[in-house]
Design a protein around this ligand. Sequence first.
Ligand code: GLN
Length: 241
Amino acid sequence: MELKICHLYPDVLNLYGDRGNVLCMRRRLEWRSIGVTVEEVPIGQKLDLAGCDMLFIGGGQDFEQEVLLEDLKGEKTANLKAAIEDGMTVLAICGGYQMLGEYYETWDGTKCEFTGALALYTVGSKERMIGNLMFQCREIGSNVVGFENHSGKTYLGPGVRPLGTVLDGFGNNGSDGREGARYRNVYASYAHGCLLPKNPLLCDQILRTALEWKYGAVELAPLDDSFETAAHDYMETRLRH
Ligand code: GLN
């Protein structure tokens, strides 16, 4: 078995080392002798998702997101939406998450049209939502720990469910108790950290989604996650009230 991961905008959307999520997915595949290739798609390069099994897009500042708008419009958006509807697995973090939505309205009223791949939208606020984040993720039967830093408040629309329920921190908007988004094989979250190394169950769930989309039912060989679990449990204990 093998997977091809497309890393979109690694040159611009890499806030808090979000590229570490791609390294984590690569390693957990390689440790299981599953082939993996990573194709980086910077600004200006065509986004050809034919043959791609997964796509990763990280976070960035408002300015960096605005820089990308022109490049993202047109063919990139059409290819991304078609691949998501076709079932391609996506992991999107914070700014990358927001860009999957219909629009982002900055706190001073500037409206940026985004891809519209998912029925959600984001409204910028003057307050920044910064700090440790922990949420319950029923899909993996575990809590997820991370770090968030965003001013955008995201609201989910029809057909989009949350990735989890906030236990500590703000999550999507600091008011509805929802964190992240799930739609078809898309996983989206505000959690930096980066997210996956301290949350091996979530990483494996995402890898399993991509492998099953390509090969049908798969069993992932267990790994020695003692180090990852120790890091996860330390934060979970620290954040548990
Ligand atoms: N610029 C967006 C916001 O502030 C996303 C930030 C991020 O990716 N951490 O809401």
